[in-house]
Design a binder for this molecule. Structure first.
Ligand code: SPV
Ligand code: MN
Length: 633
């Protein structure tokens, strides 16, 4: 322990807070805190422990500092991000790259020395007049082989409050830390603030928004933004650090939900699922009748020859757009109940109710939202109509308050993984559900070759087909080929690797109408449970194993209590050979031109898939009804 560090901290921290820090016997914690207090120069600093009293202090400060306002329902608050600060800023999110290192062309990087200088210049004095909150958390359950301790410095009480809901408290983990143990570090400042709707304060200096990631120091800087995807250190910022660490240590960090599907006789089948943002990940994890462990980020480890997964988080930062009581029973129930919830970027009426696009009932005639005072027909600077809520508007609450939370949410060893799902937004190519022939086929053809049409979760145009391996492209911190190989290798070390499935909730009839209802995902999950437990057969198609009409009809009857016609089945499950071949052409090009370290196995699988598609076309034509392939050899 370095006494001069404490002397310098003593000028801004009170005795109690100094004592809290002294109890942590890891000098790097003290050095880090001291360094960024000096650099950012806050007016006031508070050190928080895991106590309920400290959690309450954070809630209160978020209101006192006008980062959140209370809504009508007890426990509900609203927070606004600035109008141009509504999503992850990919362009200004950069890796600090040490000289001589290369991540490949996909990555946004800046020379480490230059970037460090730039971000430190931006952060110098940035917390003037602000209150710095020092928070300790744990990624993964506490006291677990998955735990990663984290320290977050932020001058936003909203960010601190969000993290209190989204993560496990970790001060007690830091008390167990040995002097040389590593931990993740995050320093965030919202920068200068301006008044927005309801008098709430939003970041004003958006042109200096930066998110800089230092993999070597396991440190992330973020400045001049409030949007959670840019600021909540433990979410997508920690994910990049964890992907890097996992690669060195032989485990996986994935953009995945974790859930338990309830099967016959009380059995539970655990699945993880990777979906790009806004492609149904949260609604899958929260499907009625099944149990949620997590909805966004999972760590997977080989423990004693078995795949085990944990939810890295303890809360949900979910999309609110379109949530209604008929299609999203559980989410609706949760977000309309009196409990601690932070809502973001939706309309608040005079009587303190929040309204989001698609909420049942009339659209209010006025109110305040992320654009300030709002009325129907209001336009922004670019002439776009402003809807009551932003498409990426969200809610934040704790998972264990949900009626269908799994009993193993906080189990230190996690849950066994029996199946892995890859899903994307695909209007014309892939069937609603299929199963891979084996682990390697699934990882490569469903995971590594995942494409998705873009959404509003990141800044930029919507509806463009984008390559997004394992839904993780935005968060990768190692070359794509290496990341894919790590996934393939992981399965090879497991005695019985999980089955792999692909789903597509967004298939259309070619004229923009979806071929499936939101609730159909319930059926695909039940089918996976049957397949994993050897209770359903399958039809061998060229791109994977398909469900039979009989099995789906039975499940639809049991679960959705309705009929399922052969016509519907054929429309949904016909194998589209030309579209699949085009996809392979895109993949071949990407893995030849864009990815610079493509493993040979990827190209081999692409060619094998092409062979199967061509052979099937010869036999059955361009569009194949699955049942016609039933008796294939
Ligand atoms: C996502 O976009 O994948 C999210 C929200 O889960 S964010 O925090 O923006 O990453
Ligand atoms: Mn996500």
């Amino acid at each position: 322990m370095n006494n001069s560090t404490f002397r310098s901290l003593g000028s801004i921290l009170d005795e109690d807070d100094i004592t809290k820090l002294k109890k942590i016997e890891n000098p790097e914690v003290h050095r880090f805190i001291d360094e960024y207090i000096r650099l950012c120069n806050p007016e006031k600093v508070t050190v928080y422990t895991d106590s309920e009293e400290d959690l309450q202090k954070t809630r209160d400060l978020a209101i006192e500092y006008h980062e959140e306002a209370e809504l009508k329902v007890k426990g509900h608050t609203i927070h606004f991000d600035g109008y141009y600060d509504q999503a992850r800023d990919k362009e200004k999110t950069r890796f600090l790259l040490p000289r001589g290192e290369d991540l490949g062309p996909e990555f946004n990087t800046i020379d480490r020395e230059e970037g460090t200088r730039e971000i430190r210049d931006i952060m110098r004095g940035i917390m003037k007049g602000h209150h710095l909150h020092i928070k300790f958390y744990c990624l993964g359950p506490t006291g677990s082989p998955f735990s990663i301790p984290c320290v977050q410095l932020t001058d936003s009480a909203y960010v601190a409050h969000s993290e209190d809901i989204l993560y496990r408290q970790g001060y007690s983990e830091f008390l167990k830390l040995k002097p040389k143990d590593p931990f993740f570090k995050f320093v965030h400042s919202e920068g200068e603030l301006e008044k927005a709707g309801l008098g709430l304060m939003v970041s004003s200096n958006i042109s200096d928004r930066r998110i800089y990631i230092d993999l070597e120091d396991e440190l992330v800087y973020t400045a001049n933004t409030q949007y959670a995807g840019n600021t909540i250190g433990l979410k997508k910022l920690a994910m990049r650090l964890a992907i890097h660490r996992a690669s060195r240590e032989g485990w996986l960090t994935e953009h995945m939900l974790v859930m338990g599907v309830n099967g016959a006789g009380g059995r539970k089948t655990y699945l993880t699922g990777a979906f790009p943002s806004m492609c149904g990940k949260t609604s899958t994890a929260m499907v009625e009748g099944e149990n949620i462990v997590g909805d966004d980020i999972a760590y997977l480890k080989n423990i004693g020859g078995e795949t085990r997964a944990v939810n890295v988080e303890a809360g949900i930062f979910g999309i609110i757009d379109g949530i209604n009581p008929d299609e999203d029973t559980i989410q609706w129930e949760a977000i309309t109940s009196p409990q601690e919830i932070i809502f973001t970027n939706q309309l608040v009426t005079e009587d303190g109710e929040n309204y989001w696009n698609g909420k049942p009932g009339e659209v209010p005639s006025e109110g305040h939202n992320h654009s300030g005072k709002w009325h129907p027909g209001k336009k922004d600077r670019e002439g776009n109509q402003i809807k009551p809520s932003h498409k990426n508007a969200r809610f934040t609450f704790r998972i264990d308050t949900l009626q269908n939370a799994d009993s193993h949410i906080h189990t230190p060893e996690g849950v066994p993984v029996n199946g892995v799902i890859y899903g994307g937004r695909d209007s014309d190519t892939s069937v609603p559900v299929k199963e891979a022939f084996n682990w390697e086929h699934g990882i490569i053809m469903y995971g590594a070759c995942l494409e998705s049409e873009t959404t509003a979760a990141t800044l930029g145009k919507e509806g463009v087909r984008k390559f997004n391996p394992m839904s993780n492209l935005d968060f990768l911190s190692l070359p794509i080929g290496k990341y894919v190989s790590n996934n393939v290798e992981f399965g090879k070390q497991i005695d019985k690797p999980p089955s792999i499935f692909a789903v597509n909730y967004f298939l259309t009839d070619g004229e923009g109408r979806f071929l499936n209802d939101k609730n159909d995902k319930k059926i695909w999950l039940k089918w996976m449970d049957l397949r994993i437990n050897g209770e359903a057969g399958a039809i061998e198609g060229p791109t994977g194993l398909l469900p039979t009409y009989k099995d789906i009809r039975k499940l639809v009857k049991e679960v959705l209590k309705r009929d399922y016609s052969l016509d519907d089945y054929n429309r949904q499950f016909r194998v589209r050979i030309p579209e699949n071949l085009k996809k392979l052409d895109r993949m071949k090009k990407i893995f030849t031109e864009r990815v610079t370290d493509t493993p040979d196995t990827v190209m081999r699988h692409i060619e094998e898939q092409r062979e199967r598609l061509l052979k099937a076309r010869e036999e059955y034509g361009d569009y194949i009804l699955p049942e016609s392939m039933k008796d294939r050899e």
